[in-house]
Design a binder for this molecule. Sequence first.
Ligand code: ATP
Length: 464
Amino acid sequence: MEKKTLEEVVSFCKRRGFIFQSSDIYGGFAAIYDYGHYGTLLKNNIRDAWWKSMVQERDDVYALDSAIFMHPKTWEASGHLAGFDDPQVDCKKCKQRMRADHILEEFGIEADKAPMEFINEKIDELKKEGKVKCVNCGSTDLTEAKRFSLMVKSNIGSPVDVLSEENVVYLRPETCGGIYLEYKNMMNSVHPKLPFGIAQIGKAFRNEIVARQFIFRTREFEQMEMQYFLHPDQMKEKYDFWHELRWSWYLEYGIPEEKMNWHKHDVMAHYATEAYDIEFNFDSLGGFKEVEGIHARGDWDLSQHSKHSGVDLSYTDDQTKEKFIPHIMETSVGLNRLVLMFIDNGYTKENVDGEERLVLKIDKRLSPIKVAIFPLMKNKPEIMEQAKKIHESLKRKWMCEFDTSGSIGKRYRRQDEIGTPYCVTVDFDSLSDKSVTVRDRDTMKQERVKIEDLESYLSEKLSL
Ligand code: ATP
């Protein structure tokens, strides 16, 4: 099958109401996106699938929803103010901004989170060989790599509108900060025993240097993170366990194993002691890219916040009486990257009887619309009435759509494109035999089902 291009995916997402460039009517706002009707539904279903696996089905993970803004000291303690940055290189001719580590990656040199001296040394070597060029104009006249902070500033809560050292407040660059700050309150209210996790989903903000890959890398995005607190002796066992669990989540939701990859980090973020990424082979981005990080963070986070706040964040084991700062392992995934992954994986063009069929093959549980109901003809009141009755009853249970326009074939195609697993057609015979035709998205097979059995028929099909 032909590979899909990024342009094709972006235009599909806009045409079918999944994703729009933010502030479209003002010419767009770089690296920020809005989600339309189907995009919002798909994103929420992916979010719920993660939550189900990470919180609902577990006895050792608790829920949190912490604020985007936190005390400015948070980021001093966590090391983000000193070192949460990417290396930037500019083209002196056209002023194009580039990520130096990404340039090096193209030459097979891993430079993610590497020291600036290493990056400049390698860039210089490539420059001497005339290999590094501006991605925009091709010029070889580039600046040295310099540190570019990813932190986004605000003056919330302060009456002055000019940002200064005194009033700056940061928008969180990752959601886990809130989990560390609420660790003590969670301990004192839920009283969990180690090991246990705290999970949350929410917005994060990063001043990304380059963001040209649609929703893969944006300046405002959503993260789904789980921080698991444990005794250091438990790290190996639990790390292996969460590795396995997260990998199988992708398989459970229909991502083929051959399109996934583990990437082990040799160079790590300042806090990490072990780090693996799960990568997905995106057609639209031309290869394997990180979707999720699984990191062993040691006792860095709680130690730092304990030191900077003056509050004791240690844990005392009931039985052994040992007192220690819990270590942390985290799973961190971008919800928006998962939306792109499921669309990239599901977007399929097929040839059906000489005609092209575009179908979004995604797990039924993630489909934005579960059932579409079609009255065969809209000018036949009895058919319309029966179809509306079915719609009214099914929509109490699932996200449904009622479509009366165009031929049934055209209506099927519209639903195929947005990944609707079942279409129900009410026709003349329905009035006498009290049955409807149910058509399956993937097999395109049609089956006659009694109206009184329809809900249980669909329930069985939709609950995997
Ligand atoms: P990258 O190397 O791609 O910049 P990262 O290693 O900095 O990512 P983490 O800080 O580990 O990313 O964040 C965890 C997850 O959050 C990533 O795996 C990704 O899914 C998501 N994420 C991070 N930055 C962005 C972004 N700018 N836009 C969308 N999702 C993001």
